[in-house]
Design a protein around this ligand. Structure first.
Ligand code: T46
Length: 136
């Protein structure tokens, strides 16, 4: 099982020019899994809290494509807060980690690259079930 310390900030490659910057992620090059799904959170009201669940198998790269927000990661034993505020950084969330999200800045966009297609069966939405899973 992974711990919160396994969930690291990854520096993404940046191609600079006078006209701006571009960051590129390609399967198995700059990202260690096949991207099966892309989604993004936006128009998140200030003071809104999201997340409050874990995933059994899903692995993710989370990028602050615009603005900033905070992830709280929890492996059932330790917690870690990660502040994301730049599109050249990705938070790699490993499977089996509980997450909450807060402090979305106005206009922020939370871009997620995910290793699996959507299935509700991969969610742990009850914290007690999550703790039982982690302690089993
Ligand atoms: C995570 C954070 C960063 C779908 O139908 N398909 C999808 O691909 C997704 C992601 C969601 N949904 C539906 C399921 C729920 O009825 O949209 C609703 C909200 O989804 P969820 O509770 O997952 O939303 P968040 O913002 O709490 O969490 C999402 C991701 O699901 C989660 O993996 O880490 O963004």
């Amino acid at each position: 099982m992974y711990s919160v310390e396994d969930c690291k900030i990854i520096d993404l490659p940046v191609i600079h020019s006078e006209q701006g910057k571009i960051s590129v992620l390609q399967n198995h090059e700059t990202i260690p899994f096949d991207i099966k799904r892309v989604y993004y959170l936006y128009d998140v009201p200030m003071n809104s809290e999201r997340g409050g669940h874990g995933h059994y198998e899903l692995e993710q790269y989370v990028i602050a494509a615009s603005g900033s927000f905070t992830f709280i990661l929890d492996d059932g034993h330790s917690k870690k807060e990660v502040f994301l505020n730049h599109p050249n950084k990705a938070l790699h969330i490993k499977p089996g980690i509980w997450r909450e999200m807060k402090d979305f800045s106005s206009g922020s966009v939370c871009l997620v690259l995910a290793s699996m297609e959507y299935t509700e069966e991969d969610y742990m939405r009850d914290y007690n079930d999550f703790k039982k899973y982690r302690n089993a």
